[in-house]
Design a protein around this ligand. Structure first.
Ligand code: FES
Length: 106
């Protein structure tokens, strides 16, 4: 099962096994990790699942879609070029080892 590492602003990191086909958001919420609120449950209408994709992974994760780009305007923390909404990142074997950083607010 692919592993995803969630890095917190205080430097703490948690590495979780996430099912192929699950989103990076579900990997966090199903395992009780804090830092991702996901108020809309993953239907791209809340922007409270914001993460920063580790720069080394950006090319493999790919860019956000048009609807996600619009929603990224609503994130609470600083928006960066590596900002993504984690409900829109589907975990695959190719993303085994993915690292995302959580913002300081959702
Ligand atoms: S969980 Fe609401 S936009 Fe991702």
């Amino acid at each position: 099962m692919p592993k995803v590492t969630y890095r917190y602003p205080d430097g703490v990191a948690r590495t979780i096994d996430v099912e192929v086909g699950d989103s990076v958001m579900f990997g966090a919420t199903r395992n009780g990790l804090g830092g991702i609120t996901a108020e809309c449950g993953g239907v791209l209408s809340c922007a409270t699942c914001h993460v920063y994709v580790d720069q080394a992974w950006c090319a493999r994760v790919g860019p956000p879609g048009d609807d996600e780009l619009d929603m990224l305007d609503a994130v609470a923390a600083e928006r960066r070029d590596n900002s993504r909404l984690s409900c829109q990142i589907e975990v695959s074997d190719e993303l085994d080892g993915l690292v995302v950083e959580l913002p300081d607010a959702q």
